[in-house]
Design a protein around this ligand. Structure first.
Ligand code: ATP
Ligand code: MG
Length: 578
């Protein structure tokens, strides 16, 4: 029923259930109980008809109600044990998959996240993994129980009259074949539906995080239309899966009716010539009718498997993505470095066009190197490269003489403190946001960092102080407040290399001057790279690099650059006009 590729995917899903084989085995045992109960029920029809109704043996009559309840109770308990355990095992496995996918994804490199929308990733981890769950719990439940039931009923029917049983069963393959064809269609549309669900999640995620822009530009209707469109896209595909899955039960039902008709046609003849009892005929009919439910469920299982395989493909696609940036096998664990930073003829392109060209710079501990230049010149890219978010195509980046490609990423990052151009805060308390890169820091350390970042004043004015929740991405704070929290976070991290990418751009001149002074103390025995458009921020740097289109076009201190009368002078004049 499955191609070999599909089988591999399915087996890969099932492997996640392996650690839970104990409860799965218990569940299997219970499902034998369920199957046996059905066979016994079919078997009971014969004495009921022959001995009770026809022969009028009333002694047995007293027994049968008890038997019916007894069997039902036994079947019920077995079924409960079976369902509860198999579902628990399935959910365990799903939890494991979800954790693995998240753990894997978060370790993937920067490029992966520029190429995959967060909406699509969220959708894979939530929706697709959910669909996969059916492959484990529902399928294992049904496959097991219904197959066993089928076997028990078939065995019984053959035992009663093999010729009649055979007649009833030739229709089964005929019923299974359309079910397989239907399953294929379902898989195709289900995979497309899941892709479409990714788009729906994407719109949701974008709309809620961009709510301010939406309101300011009054594009609520436009966004609503976009959502309706994506939602309808999902509906189109999911409806196609309904078209096929709805057909599968009726097809089965019609096929089964052929089996029943054949048995009746032949069986009534046999009863007429006394070759079999009426009880046996009804008993076989009961077996065939009882078989209808498992058969129907089994074809549904095929559909569920197909859907789950489609979803699993999307999940495994993420899992099979290898991180682009990985630690070398013999990577050095850099302890606290001194702070010598060297870029040696670095060429770098995100895609095809070089963003940094033959870029070389040397910085010593205690030095403050500033990067200025027009937007898009490559300043943030420089910071990203030093963090090894990407590897350069040409040239080397060295810290204390070590090529950063030969350092473990965690030790590299331990030596860097970054205040990014895009301030990001977690929806947590101010205390935890500042402590983020240094979980062991105590309250007094956090408060000291906040003071240096000139943040304690506004924090102490908040009713909940350091326990204030900042909202998603810090929405409850002003832009300047957010920046100060990010600076405090970097200060607390206490790393030998400090990277400030437009770290004070949202502060008023007065508080910027204060933060600068605090950072000044901090920079004393560290290497600092400062990026700023506002030249007053970087005027006092030891060295200023002027970047234009990925190249260093000028370098020197403030006065030297003014004397050079180039791009820096022009930028300076425009900013300090009048
Ligand atoms: N993830 C990315 N994928 C592809 N191109 C990128 C990516 N990030 C940046 N770029 C491109 O690289 C160039 C340099 O970008 P970068 O962010 O380094 O500029 P910048 O000097 O920091 O500018 P700004 O002053 O506006 O912050 C730009 O042309 C930008 O379009
Ligand atoms: Mg930038």
């Amino acid at each position: 029923m499955l191609t070999s590729k599909q089988k591999n995917i399915y087996l890969r899903i099932v492997r996640y259930a392996a650690p839970y084989k104990g409860i799965i085995a218990l569940s299997m045992l219970a499902s034998m109980g369920v199957a046996a109960s059905d066979a016994v029920l079919a078997y009971l029809v014969k004495p009921f008809v022959d001995d009770l109704i026809i022969a009028g043996n009333l002694g047995l009559a007293k027994l049968i109600p008890f038997l019916v309840v007894g069997i039902a109770a036994f079947k019920g308990v077995s079924r409960y044990i079976q369902e509860y355990n198999i579902r628990t095992a399935g959910q365990h496995a799903i939890q494991d998959i979800r954790n693995e996918v998240f753990g894997h994804t978060i370790n993937l490199s920067a490029r992966f996240f520029t190429n995959n929308s967060s909406g699509s990733l969220i959708s894979r981890i939530l929706n697709d993994v959910n669909v996969m769950q059916a492959a484990l719990s529902d399928v294992l439940v049904t496959l097991l129980r219904e197959t066993l039931t089928m076997f028990a009923l078939t065995g019984y029917a053959f035992y009663v009259d093999w010729k009649m049983a055979l007649m009833a069963f030739v229709v089964i393959p005929a019923a299974v074949w359309p079910a397989v064809a239907i399953g294929k269609k379902i898989k195709k549309f289900s995979r497309r539906g899941q892709d479409a669900m990714g788009n729906v999640t994407s719109v949701l995620e974008q709309s809620f995080s961009g709510i301010k822009v939406i309101k300011a530009f009054a594009t609520e209707d436009q966004e609503t239309q976009k959502f309706i469109r994506e939602n309808a896209g999902f509906f189109t595909f999911i409806r196609k899966t309904f078209r096929y899955s709805a057909a599968s039960a009726p097809v089965m039902e019609i096929m089964t009716s052929f089996g029943v008709a054949a048995v009746l046609w032949y069986g009534l003849d046999r009863v007429a010539v006394d070759a079999m009892t009426k009880g046996e005929l009804f008993s076989i009919l009961a077996a065939i009718l009882l078989m209808y439910t498992p058969l129907k469920r089994l074809t549904k299982v095929n559909n569920t498997i197909q859907k789950a395989i489609g979803a699993a493909e999307r999940v495994f696609e993420v899992l099979d993505n290898q991180a682009e940036i990985v630690d070398a096998t013999d990577a050095t664990d850099l302890s606290r470095c001194q702070g010598y930073v060297k870029f040696e003829n670095v060429d770098f392109a995100y895609d095809d066009d070089l963003v940094l060209r033959d870029f070389s710079v040397v910085a010593k501990p205690g030095e403050v190197v500033a990067l200025v230049g027009p937007s898009g010149a490559g300043k943030s890219t420089f910071v990203g490269l030093l963090n090894r978010f990407y590897d350069p195509q040409q040239g080397k980046i060295l810290i204390d003489g070590y090529d950063i490609r030969n350092l473990t990423q965690s030790s590299l990052h331990d030596n860097l403190a970054l205040v990014d151009q895009e301030t990001f805060l977690f929806n947590d308390t101010l205390m935890n946001n500042i402590r983020y890169g240094r979980p062991d820091a105590d309250t007094s350390m956090v408060e000291a960092a906040a003071r240096q970042a000139y943040a304690d004043e506004f924090i102490s004015q908040l009713p909940d102080g350091y326990d204030t929740l900042v909202g998603d991405r810090g929405v409850r704070l002003s832009g300047g407040q957010r920046q100060r929290i990010c600076i405090a976070r970097a200060i607390l991290r206490d790393a030998p290399i400090l990277l400030l990418d437009e770290a004070t751009s949202a502060l008023d001149t007065e508080s910027e001057a204060m933060v600068q002074r605090a950072l000044g103390n901090l920079m004393a025995n560290r290497t600092t790279f400062v990026i700023a458009h506002r030249l007053s921020t970087i005027m006092h740097a030891n060295r200023i690099l002027v970047l234009d289109q990925g190249e260093i076009v000028e370098s020197g201190n403030h006065q030297e650059l003014l004397d050079q009368d180039g791009l820096y002078k022009r930028l300076y004049d425009t900013q300090f006009e009048g």
